[in-house]
Design a protein around this ligand. Structure first.
Ligand code: SF4
Length: 296
């Protein structure tokens, strides 16, 4: 078995910086994070172990300082939290800020806002909660149900596959040839790099292992992307999820990981794969040896 890593994989700078900020802040006083800082259970367990509280609802915040996650939040949500008398600490990724600013500019210039992404995702809620009218589209059927507007201003959730985003923008243009459609590409660079590297990896592998949280959007997108080029793709959260029967002795096995997957989880998966590879190599050699003896 030959094991190779994607050229770009795993945790992005936005998530790493947010974790560092949370850990540093928690050293100086109690901290609550509002929502999941990242969609990765291993990381969240590590933060809880440092005494950091993670709550989903503002009413449950039990500390004076509350952190907004890397996914960002709407101005409305932040003001409501400040109105409770709390200190709001921003861990919003600068590239999510870029998406917010791009959207706000389009709205100011009179475009009807369309966000390509998942309606109930925390990042998309952060983008839409300050808007009056807007549309969120994720697939062709959502585009088909859009109402005609003179001007559409389109941005996307930062972790959507850029190819799909461009396809949907093209569909909007075709569906409304009379409308002006302005598109600002807000898919973040780390997502693009991981998606491109995943395509390259999947094209040369027999099996691909995608490592990431069960609720991580970009991990699911990596699984979908790899599945287009490789028939055997497995999503694991940790090394414990790997199954020996997924692999054959002569497989080329690729590893990639979502932007919320920590380096130590990737290292543990790779090390377990190397163990599986050495067992399968021994079994393979024993079988070959046996076959040769049968021929004697
Ligand atoms: S996935 Fe992109 S936008 Fe989200 S935290 Fe990472 S770098 Fe920032």
């Amino acid at each position: 078995m030959n094991i190779i890593r994607a050229e770009h994989l795993g945790m992005c700078f936005g998530v790493k910086d947010a974790i560092v900020l949370a850990l540093e802040t928690a050293k100086h006083g109690p901290l609550t994070i509002l929502g999941d800082l990242v969609h990765n259970e291993t990381v969240l367990t590590g933060l809880r172990a440092e005494g950091i509280r993670i709550e989903q609802k503002p009413a449950a915040i039990g500390t004076q300082t509350v952190m907004i996650t890397a996914h960002g939040a709407s101005e409305r949500r932040k003001s409501e939290t400040r109105a409770l008398g709390l200190n709001v600490l921003e861990a919003t990724c600068p590239l999510v800020h870029v998406a917010h600013r791009s959207l706000a500019k389009l709205v100011r210039e009179g475009f009807h806002p369309v966000i390509i992404g998942k309606r109930d995702h925390v990042e998309v809620r952060g983008m839409t909660e300050d808007l009056g009218e807007f549309d969120v589209v994720l697939g062709e059927e959502d585009v088909a149900s859009l109402r005609e507007r003179p001007r559409f201003g389109v941005v996307s959730q930062t972790t959507q596959p850029v190819e799909k985003v461009r396809r949907l923008v093209q569909l909007i243009r075709e569906q409304f040839p009379q409308s002006e459609v302005r598109f600002v590409d807000t898919v973040c660079q780390p997502t693009k790099q991981r998606q491109n590297a995943a395509v390259e990896l999947a094209q040369k592998c027999d099996v691909v292992v995608v490592i990431g949280g069960a609720h991580s959007n970009n991990t699911h997108e990596l699984v979908k992307t790899c599945s287009r080029f490789c028939p055997r793709v497995h999503h694991v959260q940790t090394a414990a999820d790997l199954r020996e029967e997924w692999f054959r002795a002569d497989d080329i096995v690729g590893i990639t990981a979502g932007t919320s997957t920590p380096d130590n989880v990737i290292a543990a998966v790779e090390s377990k794969l190397r163990q599986i590879a050495s067992v399968s190599k021994q079994t393979f050699s024993r079988e070959e040896h046996h076959e040769l003896h049968k021929m004697d």
